[in-house]
Design a protein around this ligand. Sequence first.
Ligand code: 9D3
Length: 250
Amino acid sequence: MDLNVVSLFPEMIRDAAAWGVTGRALENGAVRLECTNPRDFTGDVHQTVDDRPYGGGPGMVLKYEPVSAAIASAREQMPEGSKVVFLSPQGRKFNQEVATELAATPGIVLVCGRYEGFDERLIEAHADDELSLGDYVISGGELGALVVMDAVMRLLPGVLGDEASAEQDSFSEGLLDCPHYTRPEVVAGRQVPAVLLNGNHAEIRRWRLQQALGRTLARRPELIEGRELTAEEQQLLQEYNAAHSGAAKE
Ligand code: 9D3
């Protein structure tokens, strides 16, 4: 896959993407990453990329010409069928389903805002999609682009090992994770749940599914409501609720 990030802070993108799973995807060639800086597409000595908003008010707005020229330049280097995606608080909420859609495209141009935002005509002229991370304020689109890049790259063939790709197909899809433990067996007076030590893998699977269901219903009920439960899952949830009626800490 080809990624091109249009940003006034390309180092932020390159530096963050160099780590972990995304760094490995770039190293092994599964993904090509370019950054395009609108400042390189200005014509004045001051390399002006922003200006005051028409109608007045606080803050500055990203100018049409340099950002449009940066997007056009990025597009030219991208394969046919690539998408131009703006990051902005007005976008549709990014989630795993959107990540899956984007992972099926040959390339993405991610356009990052700064200041108060883009001249609206940039979005009209260029945007195939506009994405937000969620309902909170951050200072620009770069962290949004990095989140989208990470979530999408994880879905590409050959980016994760077998272990993690198997996980994506597992029973727990769409649920919160079960609790995890590692050595030592007792720490700060707290025991690892006995079921995880007994080597009965059928029982361990049931316990993990039960924990995932119970925690999801308690913390994110909307994830359970949009889901058909099997008879086993319903029984596990009833058992869990009977055992956890009340106390958060124990
Ligand atoms: C405090 C400024 N706000 C006035 C109502 C508007 C505003 C403008 C620009 C708020 C944030 C930003 C910069 N944010 C992004 O570019 C951004 C973002 C976000 O703020 N929240 C969630 N997802 C995203 S993706 C890009």
